[in-house]
Design a binder for this molecule. Structure first.
Ligand code: MF3
Ligand code: CO
Ligand code: CO
Length: 331
């Protein structure tokens, strides 16, 4: 694969409006030494009969994304806090197993069993046929990496994305981990992406258009010379894993849906060191940057409150893998 899909005279990916050769071309890195490659998948993991399943668990088909039900009832929100807390607990449990030599399949096993231990169904399993119980996205993988027999290696950065279905609703959250010592650019990428997620959450308030979220995220990414992945967006969530409500991570002037108290959705920005364009592997899921530059992502499920937003994917005492909300207590 070529180092980049952009030619010298094309407009740069970063939104500066300049030609690529006058902008980020000079920052192009040599091809990565150890690109992430598809590995071998372990057999399908079973879920005990007693665990409540989402409607797609058998067929693999969640049906069309629906727009109704954007604002949740207090009763639904109680259940979403429970599902969110379970997702947060499972994510921290999986994250504590990250070290060089551990396969992403082992992380999947821990996440699968962690969900079941809490009476929850791992939402990704058979969602549109997805074969595993969580996503693991390493280095240049933007999102939806499928756990396999690849061991984590010193210097990797990895996103772990956990969604669980509990009491009839989903909670969806992800965080980044560094494996041993990682290079400075990757460390900065992870830090800025985390900040971008919380700045996006800070922008949420009732009465505002949904595009204030992406505007805040994009401004922070731009200030640090990072790319914003636009192809994958945040989403409404509740009784469905993904509803019709779209949460862009870059500024979209036309995304003017008004935020209302009780709306629940994810904010899950993906930022890149280079070009944010992606290509899918033949597995139909794994999204990697076209220039193989590294990508980072954080995700929380949030609810719009009377004056801002509240995190749903935190433990009962307010903890999450992403840590405190810009230095403040997470709830
Ligand atoms: N958890 C992902 C999200 O944030 C969705 C993963 S769906 C899967 O929306 F099928 F790829 F697992
Ligand atoms: Co999500
Ligand atoms: Co997710």
């Amino acid at each position: 694969m070529r180092a980049s899909t952009l030619k010298s005279n094309d407009t740069c990916w970063c939104g500066s409006g300049k030609k690529y050769k006058r902008c980020h071309k000079s920052m192009e890195r040599p091809p990565v030494a150890r690109p992430v490659r598809p590995g071998r998948l372990s057999p399908w993991r079973e879920v005990p009969e007693a665990i409540g399943r989402p409607p797609y668990a058998v067929s693999g088909d969640p049906g069309p994304r629906r727009n109704d039900d954007a604002v949740k009832s207090p009763e639904q929100l109680v259940r979403m806090r429970r599902a969110g807390a379970a997702a947060a607990e499972v994510l921290m449990e999986v994250g504590s197993a990250v070290r060089a030599g551990v396969t992403t399949d082992e992380l999947d096993r821990i996440g699968h069993e962690g969900a079941i231990a809490r009476g929850a169904y791992p939402s990704t399993l058979n969602y549109h046929g997805y074969p595993k119980s969580l996503c693991t996205s390493i280095n240049e993988v933007i999102c939806h990496g499928i756990p396999d027999d690849r061991p984590l290696a010193e210097g990797d950065i990895v996103n772990i994305d956990v969604t669980v279905f509990l009491d009839g609703v989903h909670g969806d959250t992800s965080s980044m981990w560094a494996v041993g010592d990682v290079d400075q650019a990757s460390t900065d990428l992870v830090r800025v992406t985390r900040e971008a997620m919380f700045l996006g959450i800070d922008a949420v308030a009732p009465g505002r258009p949904v595009n204030v979220i992406g505007r805040a995220i994009e401004a922070h990414a731009r200030a640090h010379g990072l790319g914003v992945v636009r192809a994958f967006i945040g989403h409404g969530i509740g009784e469905a894993f993904h509803t019709g409500l779209q949460i862009p991570h870059g500024y979209e002037p036309t995304a003017t849906t008004t935020l209302l108290p009780g709306m629940t959705f994810t904010i899950e920005p993906m930022l890149t060191l280079g070009n944010p364009d992606h290509v899918l592997w033949d597995d139909g899921w794994t999204a990697v940057t076209t220039d193989r530059s590294r990508s980072a992502q954080f995700e929380h499920t949030v609810v719009v409150t009377e004056d801002g937003a509240d995190l749903l994917t935190v433990t009962e005492d307010g903890r999450s893998a992403a840590g405190p909300w810009l230095g403040l207590p997470a709830v």
